[in-house]
Design a protein around this ligand. Structure first.
Ligand code: SF4
Length: 418
């Protein structure tokens, strides 16, 4: 979501006549598009902001903007504490960027009740696959999460606007779209999410449709049927579990139990047997016991995810979880995270090994960054695959035989074009 917001900022700046430079010393404008989902990202931003101070001394005409979720949370305080900053704007005010640039200083962190109708042309670096926002904000208030406070309440874009954007992408040669929302399953405009998927599936030229993120509570039977029936929907779903303990899930305010989650996964696997499922796990949520942790390990073993994103719990000021008692020590959090990642690494490798010898449809995304003679792409199940091949294949669907499975990628051999 954050990366796509940056693409929109780049789109606005391009229309204003700006060009991009890789060197901060040359820039007339530097925008920090910040993330506050974990403390580490915040720390990184603060040290970069300090570093950039020197540039402003050398070039007093340089303008510095802070965007994203930290901007939304801290607002005017950023200007007060960092005199080198000129503009502060939150994720709901990206559309104001060009008008902001004519002011000396400006802070834009108000709610945008019309965000779903505020379409901004994105400047995309990729020309094979594209992110497309279908909704903004979130109504869920998971107790650890800052997003509903920074991105506001859920608002869905009209399906016609989304259709138009994707249609244009297809005319420009894009082959894959990833529909973006904090909780795509609760998309609710002139149609629901399943209706939107049917509409997008009919767009000629688009070969693959992906979406993130699905909330397990809102994963409907209708959506599962769509994944099964609509040929362009890829066989991969990211379904954040967060914990294998229903007690912890309740404290997280996730709105489902571990058993509910298992039931949904069971339906998914029954309906779409080859589906790849990935998830998010938080290690060391407040009051998490050894037993809760072992329930998470059990869940990993039982569900056999294709991959996970696991992180240590990071208290976000302003959220309920940040105020909870029984915080877990950093040491225990690290140990639990290490164990979670260790178990999952074995599962991921085993699942990838099962693919050795199989034929997979691959969308070629680009030339390998480390080897000019190699191309890289993804299977429908979102596994990264590298193989020998020509740059002319970029943007094409090809059939690939999987020769070797590694933990984080596959190696293959081109058989013929799909
Ligand atoms: S569903 Fe929960 S974790 Fe996801 S953005 Fe909303 S509040 Fe945050």
């Amino acid at each position: 979501m954050n990366v796509h917001d940056s693409e929109k900022m780049a789109g606005i700046l391009k229309a204003e006549g700006y060009t991009e430079t890789a060197y901060t010393e040359e820039a007339d404008l530097i925008i920090f598009n910040t993330c506050s989902i974990r403390q580490k990202a915040e720390q990184k931003f603060r040290s970069e902001l300090g570093r950039i101070k020197l540039l402003k001394i050398k070039n007093p005409l340089l303008k510095i903007a802070v965007a994203g979720c930290i901007a939304q949370q801290k607002g005017r305080d950023i200007l007060k504490r960092n005199p080198q900053v000129d503009y502060v704007f939150g994720p709901q005010n990206v559309h104001k960027l060009s008008s902001m640039l004519t002011a000396d200083t400006m802070v834009c962190i108000e709610d945008n009740p019309e965000i779903q109708h505020t379409d901004i042309p994105a400047e995309r670096k990729d020309n094979v696959k594209a992110w497309v926002s279908i909704m903004y904000g979130c109504n869920n208030f998971c107790s650890y999460c800052i997003v509903p406070y920074t991105r506001g309440r859920e608002k869905s874009r009209p399906s016609e606007n989304i259709y138009k954007e994707i249609h244009e992408l297809s005319e420009n040669g894009f082959k894959e779209v990833t529909l973006l929302g904090q909780n795509v399953n609760s998309y609710d405009s002139d149609t629901n999410f399943a209706g939107l998927l049917r509409k997008i599936n009919a767009i000629t030229g688009i070969e693959r449709i992906r979406f993130v993120t699905s909330h397990p509570r809102d994963l409907s039977d209708e959506l599962i049927l769509c994944i099964k029936e609509l040929p362009k929907i890829c066989g991969h779903i990211h379904l954040p579990l967060q914990s294998g303990s229903s007690r912890i899930l309740k404290l997280m305010n996730r709105g489902y139990t571990y058993e509910d989650y298992l039931e949904k996964v069971g339906k998914l696997k029954e309906c779409v047997p080859d589906i790849a499922i990935t998830t998010d796990i938080i290690a060391g949520f407040p009051s998490e016991t050894d037993n809760d942790h072992s329930l998470t390990i059990e869940a990993l073993k039982r569900i056999e995810f294709d991959g996970i994103f696991a992180f240590k719990f990071s208290p976000r000021p302003g959220t309920k979880a940040a105020e909870m008692d029984d915080k877990i020590s950093e040491k225990i959090k690290s140990l639990r995270l290490y164990e979670i990642l260790g178990y999952q690494d074995d599962i991921t490798l085993r699942k990838n090994k099962e693919l050795e010898g199989s034929l997979q449809e691959v969308l070629v995304e680009g030339v390998s960054k480390t080897n000019n003679g190699k191309i890289t792409g993804r299977t429908r199940t979102n596994k990264i695959i590298n193989l020998e091949g020509d740059a002319a294949l970029v943007g094409r669907l090809i059939n690939v035989e999987i020769r070797k499975a590694l933990r984080h990628s596959l190696e293959g051999r081109l058989t013929n074009q799909a």
